[in-house]
Design a protein around this ligand. Structure first.
Ligand code: SAH
Ligand code: TYD
Length: 401
């Protein structure tokens, strides 16, 4: 494989893990499209300078975010509740004045922005995927069907230099050009403006060996250290970091232009803690690589043992994360019969790369599978509550974790 380069500094960096040939993680497809399926090589490198774990290669954003992006924030009730709490927290802490201007990037179907009363807030979402952006509009949200970059600011001049907070969730790690993201934010924010976003956390991924967080859309897996170092290059200061339970462990970051004197004192000890856990150096990444290899071995052992007993396995939740597990571990319909899911855009199609059929979740109750691979493990509580009877009937949940 060629040399890897840091996406921000453009300097040579060390490649850590190669997950091999991968399709688009959210590229659920019909049988007729199997022969034209797109693949790329999924590998990860680590920049010691920025303490940053990144993908070396990925499909272009337009290939991933388009007219039929099949992820809807509202597909989880727990996430809807989480976004209500996120908005309550932000209103109390940062949005006290009347008619605050707020922007969300990656606003998807509008789930987060719907929590802001339009009589009290000026609201704008940037959402490049047309289907979900249209749904947000139906939900009454001012959603601009555009990528967040300087070129597209001409369409929202009223927000330039006047925005109080730019929000995001599970989106900043999707943006290959972070310099462009920060420069765009800088143009929009007013003097005291803040950037607040939450993303899957490197520390949680290492702890759980949840390597399925690594797929085409997740170009970076951030830590407090890497966020501090990246934004520092653009004169922004990390003023707070707050751990979140969502998506298997996330971190919410609050940033402001430098010279603000309001940095939370906890940040220092949080950075020290990351150092102790080797989140800042390649050592942590190399340990993670070993754990991924062990995890793959153990998972295949577990699955082959079940199959030897002539038991049947289905999948639950056709997540984008599942694409990494299935393709990295080479698990196809010979081992997992089908995957149940609630998303109309996925049902009736096949999983990317391995072509396991995706079935409407309502049939999960009708046919008994001895084992269910919980690909949506991050929604475990919500799903186990919904599927109490499955355990009662002797069914067993399994995961790669
Ligand atoms: N924030 C939502 C959606 C996350 S999925 C949530 O947490 O549930 C990521 C979303 O970001 C997708 O809807 C995708 O279309 C959008 N997105 C990807 N790149 C973007 C960019 N450069 N600017 C704005 N939105 C982007
Ligand atoms: P999520 O982990 O949020 O997505 P991703 O890994 O793609 O970022 O899982 C969302 C998927 O899980 C989506 O396809 C819907 C499905 N799902 C169910 O089928 N049932 C459920 O109860 C929940 C919460 C999700």
């Amino acid at each position: 494989m060629n040399q890897a380069f840091c996406k921000i500094t453009k300097k040579k960096i060390n490649r850590v893990i190669n997950f091999g040939k991968m399709p688009i993680a959210n590229g659920f497809l019909k049988k007729k499209d199997f022969k034209n399926e797109f693949f790329f090589n999924l590998s990860v490198s680590f920049s010691e300078k920025l303490s940053l774990l990144q993908l070396d290669d990925h499909p272009s954003p337009k290939k991933m975010f388009h007219t039929h992006y099949p992820f809807y924030t509202s597909s989880s009730n727990h996430m809807k509740m989480h976004f209500k709490q996120y908005s309550d927290w932000a209103k109390k802490k940062f949005l006290k004045k009347n008619k605050s201007k707020i922007v969300e990037i990656g606003s998807n179907d509008g789930t987060f922005l719907m929590n802001f009363n339009q009589n009290q807030f000026d609201v704008l979402g940037f959402e490049p995927s047309k289907n979900v952006s249209d749904l947000a509009k139906i939900n009454g949200i001012n959603s601009l069907n555009r990528f967040f970059n300087r070129k597209n600011l001409s369409e929202c001049e009223g927000f330039i230099g006047k925005t109080d907070v730019i929000f995001g969730a599970n989106v900043v790690c999707h943006i290959p050009n972070l310099a462009e993201f920060i420069k765009t934010a800088d143009l929009l924010l007013n003097d005291n403006g803040k950037i607040i976003f939450e993303e899957p956390y490197l520390g949680s991924m290492y702890n759980k060996t949840s390597y399925d967080q690594i797929y085409d859309e997740h170009i970076f897996i951030f830590s407090i250290t890497s966020i501090k170092k990246i934004f520092d290059l653009f004169d922004f200061e990390l003023i707070d970091a707050i751990q979140q339970k969502t998506h298997g462990g996330s971190m919410r970051y609050v940033l402001q232009r430098k010279r603000s004197r309001v940095v939370n004192k906890k940040i220092r000890s949080m950075l020290e803690n990351e150092k102790r856990k080797h989140l800042d150096s390649i050592e942590g990444a190399l340990r993670f690589k070993k754990n991924c290899e062990l995890s793959k071995e153990k998972l295949l052992e577990k699955i082959y043992k079940i199959k030897k007993q002539k038991k049947q396995i289905c999948g639950y939740g056709a997540t984008s994360k599942s694409t990494t597990i299935l393709n990295y571990c080479d698990i196809g319909p010979n081992l997992i019969d089908c995957i149940f899911d609630t998303t109309p855009d996925k049902i009736g199609k096949f999983s990317p790369g391995k072509h396991i059929p995706i079935i409407d979740h309502k049939y999960f109750k009708r046919k008994f599978y001895d084992y269910s691979f919980l690909f949506a493990w991050n929604h475990r509580k919500e799903i186990e509550k919904k599927e109490k009877k499955y355990l009662k009937n002797g069914g067993k949940w399994i995961t790669h974790l």
